[in-house]
Design a protein around this ligand. Structure first.
Ligand code: B12
Length: 217
């Protein structure tokens, strides 16, 4: 709808401007209009954050501004994630999600966690900057079906490979299904390191994790 388009644009602009008041207002409007929170995130706020990333990469925006934009983004994803989690169903499987060690990016991970919960998965969010040993200990403690990791930096993606190697070394590789995600991560990377799956975004994440759990039997 035309009005929704205008709201998506306002959402993106509020993120680029790092304007918390405007962003909260837009998020509240979206909730009141009952726009699907995932659509609002993807077409509005995430579009804005991607623009912020591009400006930062081109040197047109600096770290303090990037941090400000990210804080505004965290605030609105919190508001919209709460709306995503509203519908609860029976357990569809247990999933552990973490951002790997050295990596503080957790906005995307948070969206994946919320959408999985909304689809009835039992999700344990291990947080960000999580060492591999902690990921494995938590997976063992909670007896999860799937371990999902997020990496947003080319310098931290290697931890996803280290996780595969460490699971194998401990004789645990066949016990868990693994899925990897994050902006620099690709299907090819997943295959190369021996992960079971890759997902480009939260929607695809829910789909592939459902398939992985089915294939576990
Ligand atoms: C916001 C942001 C920050 C924030 C993070 C705040 C937070 N709490 O998350 C702050 C300001 C802290 C930050 C810091 C840094 N950042 Co930064 N950041 C970004 C930015 C702009 C957006 C990331 C984001 O949240 N995107 C929106 C979410 C929704 O998308 P997403 O994370 O990709 O997640 C989706 C999918 O990937 C997928 N997914 C993600 N994980 C998983 C996991 C699973 C299991 C599944 C199934 C799916 C899945 O689903 C998600 C939802 O659809 C990106 C640019 C970009 N376009 O990616 C740079 C970017 C990632 N940052 C970058 C850099 C360089 C840094 C710093 C090193 C800057 C510095 N000089 O200090 C630091 C590093 C800090 C650290 N050690 O981690 C670079 C990385 C370059 C590289 N090649 O590695 C980027 C690409 C910017 C750029 N173009 O230069 N950053």
């Amino acid at each position: 709808m035309h009005d929704d388009q205008a709201l998506f644009q306002e959402a993106a602009d509020a993120i680029v401007d790092g304007d918390i008041t405007r962003a909260q207002e837009v998020a509240r409007m979206a909730l009141a209009r009952q726009i699907d929170p995932m659509v609002m995130l993807e077409k509005g706020f995430i579009a804005g954050l991607n623009k912020v990333g591009d400006l930062f990469e081109r040197g047109e925006l600096f770290l303090p501004e990037l941090i400000q934009c990210a804080e505004v983004m965290k605030e609105v994803t919190g508001m919209l994630n709460a709306a995503i989690t509203a519908e609860k169903k029976a357990s569809a499987g247990k999933v552990l999600i973490a951002t790997v060690e050295g990596d503080f990016h957790d906005i995307g991970k948070g969206i994946v966690v919320s959408l999985l919960k909304a689809h009835g998965f039992e999700v344990y969010d291990a947080g960000r900057d999580v060492p591999i040993a902690t990921i494995i200990e938590k997976a063992e403690e909670l007896q999860v079906d799937v371990i999902g990791t997020s990496a947003l930096l080319t310098t931290t993606m290697g931890a996803q490979k280290d996780l595969e190697d460490e699971l194998r070394r401990r004789g645990l590789r066949d016990k868990y299904k693994t899925v990897v995600g994050g902006a620099p991560v690709t299907e090819r990377w997943a295959r190369r390191i021996g992960a079971d799956a890759y997902a480009e975004d939260a929607n695809e994440g829910v789909k592939v994790i459902s398939e992985l759990i089915k294939s576990k039997g």
